[in-house]
Design a protein around this ligand. Structure first.
Ligand code: ISJ
Length: 360
């Protein structure tokens, strides 16, 4: 698959002055609930009503969705509000049912994207449709797997494609339910700058209070749209209660979010930006030079260790360096997380260098 300007056409055709907003409950629960939420979302920035009909739950015994019955409720909501509809499909049978009920946007969930077999079956079932198909990232931070799923759909002649970033599962406890790992959607934009990219802050956050900040970050990173779980009574939702917000909160959020433009052509802005970027270029050059110098010292240590047959890894020394650098980083306004990441990478490169010398 090649990047082409046409990839963005379906989003541009909405003619919106704000990001595309897909909103609605995590799960369709009752007809009244679906229709009521759609009613509250009508006349807001939300163009598309989302609702989960089949819910992939980590463990059995939880609410697994109302099934095909809910598709009729989506149709009623669409008739009453004029909103487009979107739901998740996880197998060819879901695809058939969703198409029969004229759902406008189908998405593949994170647990589906991980499996090329099931993605291929879904791509085959979708052949010939002109529906919009969105692909959530796989649960693991694997860009080729994510792109591979999109390519399978592209090969099935699905033209209206997009990616949804919902964060990546981690074993570690973090402030997020699913780690945003923003580098991955940034890399995706590098490869496919025109592929529509939508952020799902609800699944990244797993909780209401940080949804706004995640949306703002997404807009700062050129995302085209937001998919936000919305319920009139979030606390009593049948699934993902903690991460849903009310339509009223969504309306306020869209007022408060700052929508960024791709660039600005004003001369003074361009000049200042160029001056600052020259400074960045100088510092980057120095960083690489310093890192090269550090590795030369590591090489010498490798030579020395080789003469005495001493192990490369010296945990005590390494921990001393980390402790010192975290403190120095603090005084330079660098987060501990960042300093750790950088120094772990430096340490690994240093080990690789010494490995080469010790084995030669
Ligand atoms: C360079 C050394 O070898 C390893 C690499 C280190 C580094 O790059 O700072 C520190 C400790 C060792 O694990 C050393 O022993 O000092």
């Amino acid at each position: 698959m090649k990047n082409t300007k046409e990839l963005k056409t379906w989003v541009n055709n909405f003619g919106l002055e704000h990001p595309l907003v897909i909103a609605g409950p995590c799960s369709a629960e009752t007809e009244d609930q679906v229709v009521k939420i759609a009613g509250e979302l009508k006349n807001t920035d939300a163009t598309v009503l989302r609702a989960g009909i089949w819910k992939p739950r980590t463990r059995p015994g939880n609410f697994e969705g109302v099934g095909a019955l809910g598709l009729k409720w989506m149709q009623t909501a669409k008739q009453e509000t004029g909103m487009l509809t979107a739901t998740e499909v996880a197998n060819p049978n879901h695809v058939d049912l969703a198409l029969k009920h004229d759902i406008d946007i189908l998405w593949l969930g994170a647990r589906t994207t991980v499996s090329p077999f099931i993605v291929q079956e879904i791509a085959d079932a979708l052949k010939g449709t002109d529906k919009i198909v969105l692909v959530k990232n796989p649960v693991n931070p694997d860009l080729p797997l994510w792109l591979g799923a999109i390519e399978r759909l592209h090969t099935s002649n699905i033209e209206k494609l997009g990616a949804i970033h919902r964060g990546f599962s981690t074993y570690e406890k973090t402030r997020y339910r699913n780690n945003p790992n923003w580098q991955i959607p940034i890399e995706l934009q590098n490869r496919f700058p025109d592929l529509p990219l939508i952020c799902d802050p609800s699944h990244i956050a797993g909780r209401r209070d940080i949804i706004f900040d995640i949306c703002q970050t997404a807009l700062d990173l050129n995302f085209d749209g937001l998919m936000v779980e919305t319920h009139y009574d979030p606390d009593n939702a049948w699934s993902d209660a903690k991460q849903q917000i009310t339509p009223k909160t969504l309306i306020q959020m869209m007022v408060d979010l700052k929508i960024r433009k791709a660039t600005d052509t004003e001369a003074e802005y361009r000049n200042s930006l160029n001056t600052l970027r020259t400074q960045i270029d100088v510092v980057d050059h120095q960083l690489i030079e310093m890192l090269g110098k550090r590795m030369k010292v590591a090489d010498s240590i490798g030579e020395l260790k080789k003469t005495k047959n001493v192990a490369i890894l010296q945990t005590k020394r390494w921990n001393e360096i980390l402790g010192k650098m975290i403190l120095e980083g603090e005084s330079q306004n660098l987060s501990e997380e960042f300093v750790l990441k950088i120094f772990k990478a430096i340490h690994q490169e240093s080990i690789n260098h010494q490995e080469k010398i010790m084995q030669s």
